[in-house]
Design a binder for this molecule. Structure first.
Ligand code: AMP
Length: 287
């Protein structure tokens, strides 16, 4: 596994790969790797000649300075973990090189996707995501790029970026990897206290109950129920719960038979912000 830190070097590697018609799979990450990330890496390795993983904590997608400062960094361990996977190249640029000393975002329009949920609650977040993803795509020249459904809105936005800018990359969405108690894996989970960690599976339990309720109840009553159960929880504060159209991400108040719906949730455990989501059209045999 090759570690590349230099922009000129990654450019020359990926240009050479392109010239020899090798397919490149890219997995962009912010490090503090867990099994969720690794599931993307393995898929990328299986489907491409070369798998590149980037590790870069992108400053422009953080709306709160403390969140950026406190973002976990486990680089030594990340490299050990990646060595055991199908990853051949790890790209670890620094912020100055990526941003040319001007750490600012490009402004994007993602046809309104950027104004919902995470966009409402994290000002400038998706301009930051668009900026870094576009730069990484330009450097890594991927044939396919892998993103988790854990950040479902981000996945839809990257698909929109790809089509708006005619990048011609195959954007692959990968299922959410969970701990055995249902908590969605996240780099932020290591910042939870013992009590918060013990309470955190409540988020997924609530989403699963919402799936059941969706069969018989209307959207307003499900949303009220979610607010009421979180109001009683002393460790977790609900930021938002929304049932939205999977494609437009617009919140829905009524159900249409031909629309795919998903429930989205953001919760604070102290200062740690956790997000999760679930399809409301579950396969019958799924637990
Ligand atoms: P991050 O390092 O948090 O920016 O995540 C890098 C990529 O891994 C993103 O595409 C995430 O959606 C994805 N990812 C993070 N956690 C999970 C998870 N639990 N399951 C699947 N994909 C994930």
């Amino acid at each position: 596994m090759k570690v590349v830190r230099n922009i000129a070097e990654i450019r020359s590697i990926t240009s050479a790969l392109k010239s020899s018609h090798k397919s490149i799979g890219l997995v962009p990450t912010m490090g503090a790797l867990h099994q969720g990330h690794i599931s993307l890496v393995e898929k990328s390795g299986q489907e491409n000649d070369v798998c590149i993983v980037s590790i870069f904590v992108n400053p422009t997608q953080f709306d709160k300075k403390e969140d950026l400062i406190n973002y976990p960094n486990t680089l030594t361990n990340d490299l050990e973990v990646l060595k055991k996977t199908t990853c051949q190249i790890v790209f670890i640029p620094d912020a100055e090189a990526i941003y040319n000393n001007a750490i600012i975002s490009e402004e994007f329009s993602f046809d309104g996707l950027e104004n919902e949920m995470e966009g409402k609650h994290r000002s400038g977040h998706f301009d930051g995501v668009g900026t870094i993803v576009k730069k990484l795509f330009e450097l890594a020249q991927p044939t396919r790029a892998y993103f988790g459904e854990k950040d479902f809105q981000q996945l839809q936005i990257v698909k929109k970026l790809n089509s708006n800018e005619n990048l011609g990359i195959e954007i692959i969405g990968c299922p959410i990897f969970r701990e055995s108690d249902g908590l969605a894996m996240s780099s932020r989970n290591i910042r939870l206290t013992k009590t918060q960690r013990a309470e955190a599976p409540f988020i997924y339990q609530t989403l699963k109950t919402a799936v059941k309720k969706f069969e018989t109840e209307d959207i307003a009553s499900i949303s009220q129920w979610v607010s009421s159960v979180f109001a009683k929880n002393t460790s977790l504060d609900l930021e938002y719960f929304e049932i939205a159209n999977e494609n437009t991400l617009k919140p829905n108040t009524s159900k249409n038979t031909n629309t795919k719906y998903r429930a989205f949730i953001a919760v604070f455990a102290g200062s740690v912000r956790l997000i999760d989501n679930i399809s409301l059209q579950q396969q019958p045999n799924k637990p």
